[in-house]
Design a protein around this ligand. Structure first.
Ligand SMILES: [Fe+2]
Ligand SMILES: [Fe+2]
Length: 178
């Protein structure tokens, strides 16, 4: 399975900052799942790296999704979004405890990686794809999306072709497609 099936620049401009965050989240999920099968040191390092990205990016990303998207989605999607965030916040809090341990444990690290991976892939495949069925409503989010992008310090682990950032409000979507 490719790391990222939906290139951020193919997304509606209002969703591009969140999709770019997803790429970085998937990188962490892959690290954790791989480290689960490694040794104690691999697992400790993967959890420490995850917690850094959690504070810098994933936690604000969850707050942004809740502020921006919860009012636009139907009940089943809202419940699943919020339940996914609740579970991952709980796991991040457990991770802070595990950080003090010699080995956070293969099963726990695997669960964290798989839970993060599944949450992001569901949002990309289902939640965002459903939101894009109503581009006019998404258009109203663009000023806030622009602020979100400006607030992110994008690191090395960028998806290919994402360096252009989000499009200006006047750009048409189909200009994304080569
Ligand atoms: Fe989310
Ligand atoms: Fe997300």
């Amino acid at each position: 399975m490719p790391l990222f099936e939906h290139a951020p620049l193919k997304r509606h401009p209002s969703l591009q900052p969140l999709s770019r965050d997803h790429y970085q989240g998937l990188v962490q999920a892959q690290h954790l799942m791989k480290a689960a099968n490694g040794n104690a040191q691999d697992r400790r390092k993967a959890v420490a790296d995850f917690l850094d990205v959690w504070s810098r990016l994933i936690e604000p990303h969850f707050d942004d999704e809740e502020g921006l998207l919860v009012g636009l989605v139907h009940d089943a999607h809202r419940r699943r979004l919020l339940e996914g965030h609740r579970r991952l916040r709980e796991l991040a809090a457990e991770g802070r405890e595990h950080r003090r341990q010699v080995d956070p444990g293969a099963a726990w690290v695997r669960d964290l990686g798989e839970t993060l991976n599944a949450h992001i892939r569901w949002e990309e495949r289902e939640l965002f794809t459903t939101l894009e069925l109503d581009p006019a409503r998404l258009g109203g989010l663009l000023p806030k999306a622009t602020q979100i992008e400006a607030s992110r310090r994008r690191g090395r682990s960028e998806p290919p072709g994402s360096s252009g950032g989000i499009q200006p409000p006047t750009a048409k979507r189909d200009e994304d497609t080569p």
